[in-house]
Design a protein around this ligand. Structure first.
Ligand code: HEC
Length: 207
């Protein structure tokens, strides 16, 4: 049955001065509470490509190097060359259009500000969100320095990241329809020229 009284109360809540969606939901479902401005600020840390929401603060490449050696080098290598399954952060210049592309901050990332977002949000891998804004600026500066995109004496802040033009900035935009450019027609049927050969096998399942 349609309960007019309940809907009237709910409507008044929605329209009422200062009533938020959260408050309405609390009344309706009987649990939860509105998030505080402080809690929302803790989560609301995304930074857009142009760096609109970069926080205040700054760090130098030199400071970044000192932190990097302690917190990052063990996984990403002393010069950002990567190790094991941990990706390289530097190098790969000019490799994207080759059969063996190496995607790094320098070769692949089109904008610098999201690097701040990524590092602050996720790194070090075992302690995400543990870096201050200053430490993050410094580390971002050092990673950019490893890619020859900033000099060793550089200081990094929001304005510096916004101003930096990454080498692959235009690499994600294809002008016109370039599907026609594929010279060879891909083989779709009976493409294998030699019979298949087993090169390794999993052990049989144990009983
Ligand atoms: C315990 C190992 C580990 C440590 C320590 C670590 N990382 Fe990472 N990092 C990773 C792994 C693994 C990935 C790939 C994650 C993925 O692709 O989901 C990664 C990805 C990255 C990337 C993105 C690379 C790309 O181009 O996609 C950056 C930048 C980065 N790490 C920076 C740092 C910095 C700066 C530090 C030090 C504060 C750090 N990492 C510490 C393991 C680590």
């Amino acid at each position: 049955m349609f309960n007019w009284a309940r809907w009237a109360v709910l409507g008044a809540l929605v329209l009422g001065a200062g009533a938020t969606f959260a408050e309405t939901a609390i009344k309706r479902f009987g649990f939860g509470r509105a998030a505080t401005a402080e809690e929302i600020a803790g989560w609301n840390i995304d930074i857009d490509a142009e760096g609109l929401f970069l926080p205040p603060g700054a760090g130098t490449v030199a400071q970044g190097e000192a932190i990097y050696e302690i917190q990052c080098a063990k996984c990403h290598g002393e010069f950002g060359e990567g190790s094991g399954l941990n990706p390289a952060l530097a190098g790969g210049k000019g490799s994207l259009a080759t059969p063996d592309p190496v995607k790094t901050v320098g070769s692949f990332w089109p904008y610098a500000p999201p690097l701040f977002d990524y590092v602050r949000r996720t790194m070090p891998f075992t302690a995400p969100l543990s870096l201050t804004a200053e430490e993050t600026y410094a580390l971002v500066g050092y990673v950019l320095h490893l890619n020859d995109l900033l000099p060793a004496e550089a200081k990094v802040d929001a304005a510096a990241l916004r101003a930096l033009r990454m080498p692959n900035r235009d690499g994600f935009v294809v002008e016109g329809d370039r599907r026609q450019e594929s010279a060879t027609k891909p083989c779709m049927v009976k493409c294998r020229k030699e019979p298949p050969r087993v090169i390794s096998a999993s052990p049989p399942p144990s009983r």
